[in-house]
Design a protein around this ligand. Structure first.
Ligand SMILES: C[S@@+](CC[C@H](N)C(=O)[O-])C[C@H]1O[C@@H](n2cnc3c(N)ncnc32)[C@H](O)[C@@H]1O
Length: 273
């Protein structure tokens, strides 16, 4: 998968990394999202409206290799992963088997095909992480997600945030790309691999507006990966306690609005009206 599709790997050390290093880096990148999602899945989120219940029906659209799906299933929920990539679904199956979880169903398909793959209006929670950037029409995609969710159900949406990418391009000396990204409309995706602006990126205001238009009430928005992509791996790996301190720092800034424009990604929880 192109690095661009995972958000910007700002300042990352791309050399070979040990499994321990990869785990620490991954933990710093996903901790904020997982914590917010976990509260919903445990039915203890602040709004208390998710009502995920003990055995919720969770759909992970574009769930890929199942990094989140397996963890959700481990909590006892039923998870349907929908993804167009047979390779990703094969890795998901292997990962689920290794974890010993049951309750994951894999369906090959894309976001548009969702209504034919899951029961419309009955899904408790939809995860849409890293997908809105690459679909043809984000507004139409969100309308499909609203269609499959039950009223009061929760959408967990993770998207690339534009301003951090502009800064990252400029810091790397790619001033033309930074300028192009600055003005790139969220409605028009670049073509990964050929277009320097890569996949679509959103601002916090754009996400707020597009969710409202699609019939969602925004509950929380978190800044994700504010520092994790900037800090050299060597610092995190060599300094005792640094990895956990980084995770703690990511948590500390995640709910502060002033850090949203500095985040590689934005994570939103929204309720289907
Ligand atoms: C950036 S990855 C994100 C994977 C996973 N959700 C995560 O957060 O780690 C994007 C995923 O979306 C899938 N995908 C691409 N086009 C899609 C579409 N139109 N509908 C649904 N999934 C799509 C890809 O196969 C890939 O697994």
């Amino acid at each position: 998968m192109p690095a661009d599709q995972r958000g910007d790997q700002r300042g990352d050390q791309r050399g070979a990394q040990s499994p321990g290093q990869l785990h620490r880096r991954s933990a710093a990148r996903t901790a904020v999202v997982w914590e917010a999602l976990r509260e919903v899945l445990d039915g203890r989120d602040a709004a208390g409206t998710s009502g995920a219940g003990p055995s919720a029906l969770v759909v992970d659209v574009g769930g890929g290799t199942g990094g989140f799906a397996v963890r959700v299933a481990e909590l006892g929920h039923r998870v349907v992963v929908v993804d167009p990539s047979p390779d990703a679904l094969a890795i998901l199956a292997r990962r689920a088997e290794e974890s010993g979880v049951t309750g994951i169903t894999a369906r090959q398909g894309d976001l548009a095909s969702l209504p034919g793959l899951v029961p419309a209006g009955e899904v408790d929670v939809v995860l849409c992480h890293g997908v809105l950037e690459i679909v043809e029409d984000p507004a139409a995609a969100l309308a499909v997600l609203a269609q499959v969710l039950r009223p009061g159900g929760t959408l967990s949406l993770l998207v690339n945030q534009r301003h951090a990418a502009v800064v990252a391009r400029a810091m790397a000396g790619h001033f033309g790309q930074a300028r192009a990204l600055l003005d790139a409309p969220a409605t028009k995706p670049g073509t990964p691999g050929t277009d320097p602006t890569g996949p679509r990126r959103f601002t916090a205001d754009e996400i707020t507006a597009v969710l409202d238009d699609a019939g969602f009430d925004l509950r929380t928005m978190h800044a994700v990966r504010v520092f994790a992509d900037l800090v050299p791996s060597s610092l995190v790996d060599l300094e005792p306690g640094a990895a956990q301190a980084l995770v703690d720092l990511e948590h500390a800034v995640s709910a502060r609005p002033e850090y949203l424009p500095l985040a590689t990604q934005l994570h939103t929880l929204a309720t289907r009206r």
